[in-house]
Write a protein that binds this ligand. Structure first.
Ligand code: FMN
Length: 190
């Protein structure tokens, strides 16, 4: 599929505009926009097999949210445990749509491939005006006793594990807008 829209943003405008959105309206993502966003994920650099799974089922989103909190509470990581115990914490931020990127354990580049696809999805969603967030936390849902049940509900090919997720939806009331931190983490070897 060729991506074309009259109102599309310049790639650098998209990159500058992208930010993690953690507050969503319940409005659904338009079907045509979703096709473009997912197609962008498929066009990312890839190595080995991987799967993109789009979840809009409200019951399943609720279950993933709850299992994620359980998984984070039992992660043994102080930061994640504290986050999970924060009153009102919703790891999916009530987004109406979640995209999982999964790969089989034997794909040694599965995580890297999942990440390139996730970033393409993020940029496409941003370009079409949707809020989004790169999320590692939902993978903790698959470190609970509910793992098999969730994998079954996601209808993943046998042996595939979710490695990263992206939430997408219309942005809710704007957050205070913390400017992106400027980090000096580039060195040049001449
Ligand atoms: C590997 C990775 C995992 C992340 N996991 C989460 C997550 O689980 N939940 C979340 O709210 N943000 C998550 N983020 C988003 C970062 O918190 C965010 O990108 C960072 O704070 C910079 O903010 P910005 O995206 O608005 O520029 C993750 C980002 C990366 C790269």
């Amino acid at each position: 599929m060729e991506i074309f829209r009259d109102d599309k943003m310049d790639i650098f405008e998209v990159i500058n505009k992208r930010k993690s959105v953690r507050n969503y309206l319940s409005d659904e993502v338009d079907e045509k926009d979703l096709d473009i966003i997912i197609d962008a994920g498929k066009k990312a650099p890839k190595a080995g097999s991987f799967q993109i799974t789009v979840v809009t089922n409200k019951e399943l989103l609720k279950k993933i949210n709850e299992f994620t909190i359980d998984g984070m509470k039992n992660s043994g990581n102080d930061f994640l445990v504290e986050r999970a115990n924060t009153p009102g914490y919703n790891p999916l931020y009530n987004a109406p749509l979640l995209v999982f990127f999964s790969a089989p354990a034997e794909n040694i580049f599965g995580g890297l491939t999942a990440s390139t696809a996730a970033e393409n999805v993020i940029l496409a969603a941003t370009g079409l005006g949707y809020g989004n967030c790169y999320l590692a936390s939902p993978t903790f849902a698959f470190q609970t006793s509910g793992k098999d049940e969730l994998i079954k509900e996601l209808q993943l090919p046998a042996g595939f594990n979710p490695l990263v997720a992206v939430s997408i939806g219309k942005e809710g009331a704007s957050e205070s807008g913390v400017p992106q931190e400027e980090v000096d983490n580039v060195n040049y070897i001449e």
